[in-house]
Design a protein around this ligand. Sequence first.
Ligand SMILES: *Cc1c(COP(=O)(O)O)cnc(C)c1O
Length: 426
Amino acid sequence: MNFENNLSFAQSLDASDPLRNIREQFLFPQQNGKPFIYLCGNSLGLQPKKAREVLGVQLDNWHNLAVEGWFEGDSPWMFYHKELKKLMAPIVGASPAEVCPMNTLTVNLHLLMVSFYRPQGNRFKIIMEAGAFPSDQYAIESQVRFHGYDPSVAIIEVAPREGEYTLRTEDITDLITSHGDEIALVMFGGINYFTGQWFDMETITKTGHAVGAIVGWDLAHAAGNVPVKLHDWEVDFACWCSYKYQNSGPGGISGIFVHEKHFADRDMNRFAGWWGYKESTRFKMDKGFVPEAGADGWQISCAQVMPMALYHASLQIFESAGFLAPLRNKSIDLTAYLIYIIGEVNKAVGYEQYKVITPNDPAERGAQVSIIAQGDAKGVFDQLVANNVLGDWREPNVIRLSPVPLYNSYEDVFRTGELLLSLSKG
Ligand SMILES: *Cc1c(COP(=O)(O)O)cnc(C)c1O
């Protein structure tokens, strides 16, 4: 598309955007009586207007049914997660049996590594991206120690080449291939939180399998942002949080994926709890753990109904939008427009004041654009916020801006550029 850097062009794109009205279903934070241009959905998605209502429904159920709410009412808590599973599955390209809402993200990463990191003999290493989100680094490091290995030996990190910010797929696959049968697990973030790079998940998964490794993905920045096909790509396991691109609120419930090829494996270790027990006989309270089939068998504690209700409300918005395909179409253009607008600002300033480090190729990015700002970067960021544009800041000089197709507009992007330019001149 040929973009133009003016308000009427941005407004014309909004007018022809079939998803333009979905933003009405969200609440925007305000400052000085004006809503923010919110470009921070990579960190915490906005509140669906329905959130208060769905929590109210569950409070009423609790009031009116109390303990009977587990089995009574319109949507008994005992089976409530099944309604979410149906809506989660299309978001990550899975069958409903392969996904389940439970716990929080880092907890699930640990639980899945208990099952899928199975070091043995010479095969004990984990390959991951250098500069992964800290929680993932700590989780992986502690899992390795738990099995008695030295993280500096057992963890292999793939780093960008000198002078580059993002990883090259061939560097990842070459490293996997060269370590071959030493690798127990390939564990990457689908999209890197810092650079916004979307890795070639299918190729990396294939390469990991070719050397006999298990392949898992942390989709914190990918789920609800880019279309992934976990089942078709034969990913072994994955987990994500739902409070970033999926708008389920702070501390929202996490989701897991376990490929159906693993369902029949009875020998797999797992940290069990009563809620993962075979549903039909769970309340016989028998001795000896028998897992429910599918991803549900990884549940431990009873269903977190309130966080599930919030996630459900957001998933219904995805459903009404037609799930990922239409959102992704808009997202590709909206993010390309932001990259174009930043280029226009640089042109007007006369040098590359804002360097985009996120890949330009849509196949290598989602909605997030990470920018290294020259000069007083923090000052620019603070002025953006003071002027009602909310992105986020990463030390030492990176501003992350994420136009989210559910609730951002082309006008949002244009106005952000206009503001950036005025701050650069000033
Ligand atoms: C946001 C994020 C987390 C946060 O994990 P919580 O357990 O939900 O606090 C972990 N890993 C990655 C890659 C993230 O982007």
